[in-house]
Design a protein around this ligand. Structure first.
Ligand code: ADP
Ligand code: MG
Length: 363
């Protein structure tokens, strides 16, 4: 393999990607544009990213022999999901550069450490309390009130692993719903909208954020992203600055997303940080046609030590997720002027499964 030098890799290098879903697939496609080959490592034999990667390994994240072969065959490793086991990250990082690093994973895998980290930077988060027992939950509900939201500390996504504590909710039942796992209770944020900042940090500490985008969820799954977000300049600046400080404090390399709630109006409008995703993010898919550099190209640039690209927006942009059966509309979407269709090559369209997305750019 080509030897990494302090200024980074060169075209021709091999990028290792952990995880074989649509995010890995789109990273691998962007890598190919830059002359970088991808080696995807994932446990599922029918991983969508395998179709577009130069090489792939079907292996478990605990299989050290397979991981060692993978590390030897690549120049740098990245990942498409935040639940890479800590031992896997440490094992790989001892053999090859791993970007983003183990600290980004450790902080963002656990909602308690994530919220504490963000609050420690002086950024606003929802009030929260640690919950390790039903008694903790009762105390936390007394303090934070109702409604509030009980979330498992680990492995939650698309609203899974969380339950709302409403006025009439039975606490024992709610604790049962999340399987008695270590959890946090969050005070309910009466937000006006949800936004996110997708940004990148390079190996030289350079920072580049895409414009703040506005996210609409349906059934807890992202349905639409629209850019620009309906947000005043002050709150928008606050959102970008929050992402910059998070990236800096993590010593981050690569693309990441920060999900935020917008509260207040006019002069009192501000953002509250909800979650950090240490990876490319669904709310950044609009950048493929909507920005000068896509989040996937930006991620490859960052983890390879290349200069970051322009994040300039090309117009007013909408991204629509195609979930489950929605991808059956592919023929109609291909015929729609100005629509850019992306399909992930997944074989069965189960309800709730992300099958593809469409971007629409108005210049
Ligand atoms: P995940 O995306 O990992 O499932 P989130 O913490 O982002 O978990 O929660 C999913 C959605 O639930 C958010 O996008 C938001 O709509 C709602 N939500 C989460 N936490 C709160 C909160 N503290 N107050 C109000 N709504 C919330
Ligand atoms: Mg979220």
């Amino acid at each position: 393999m080509s030897t990494p030098d302090p200024t980074g890799l060169a075209p021709g290098a091999m990028l290792g990607i952990l995880g074989g879903g649509q995010l890995a697939r789109m990273i691998a496609l962007a890598a190919a544009d830059l002359g970088i080959r991808a080696h995807v490592f994932a446990p599922e034999a029918d991983s969508p990213a395998f179709d577009v990667a130069a090489r792939h390994t079907v292996g478990d994240y605990e299989d050290e022999a397979a991981l060692a072969r993978f590390a030897d065959a690549v120049d740098v490793v990245t990942y498409e999901f935040e639940n890479v086991p800590a031992a896997t990250a440490a094992f790989l990082a001892a053999r090859t550069p791993l970007h983003p690093g183990a600290r980004a994973l450790a902080v963002t895998q656990d909602r308690l450490s994530e919220k504490s980290f963000v609050a420690g930077l002086g950024l606003a988060v929802a009030p929260f309390a640690q919950v390790d027992s039903l008694a903790d939950l009762a105390r936390a509900v007394d303090t934070l009130g109702r409604p509030s939201i009980l979330k498992t500390r680990r492995f939650g996504y698309d609203g899974k692993g969380q339950v709302k504590i409403a006025a009439e909710s039975d606490l024992a039942e709610a604790y049962e719903v999340i399987g008695h796992f270590p959890a946090i209770l969050e005070g309910y944020v009466a937000f006006t909208r949800e936004v996110s900042v997708v940004a990148a940090r390079g190996t030289d500490g350079s920072f580049a954020a895409f414009d703040v985008c506005e996210n609409e969820h349906r059934d807890h799954i992202l349905a639409f992203t629209r850019i620009p977000a309906q947000l005043g300049a002050d709150a928008g600046g606050m959102a970008i600055e929050a992402a910059r400080r998070i990236g800096e404090a993590l010593g981050y390399i690569g693309v990441f997303a920060v999900e935020m709630f917008v509260v207040g109006e006019g002069a009192s409008e501000r953002v509250i940080v909800n979650e950090i995703a240490p990876r490319v993010h669904n709310s950044g898919h609009w950048t493929s046609e909507g920005a000068e550099t896509s989040q996937f190209h930006q991620h490859v640039r960052a983890v390879c030590g290349f200069p970051l690209g322009s994040t300039a927006r090309r117009g007013t942009v909408e991204m629509e997720n195609l979930i489950g059966d929605a991808a059956l509309r592919w023929r109609e979407l291909l015929a729609e002027p100005g629509a850019h269709l992306h399909l992930y090559g997944k074989r069965d369209a189960r309800p709730g499964r992300k099958m593809g997305h469409v971007t629409r750019v108005k210049r």
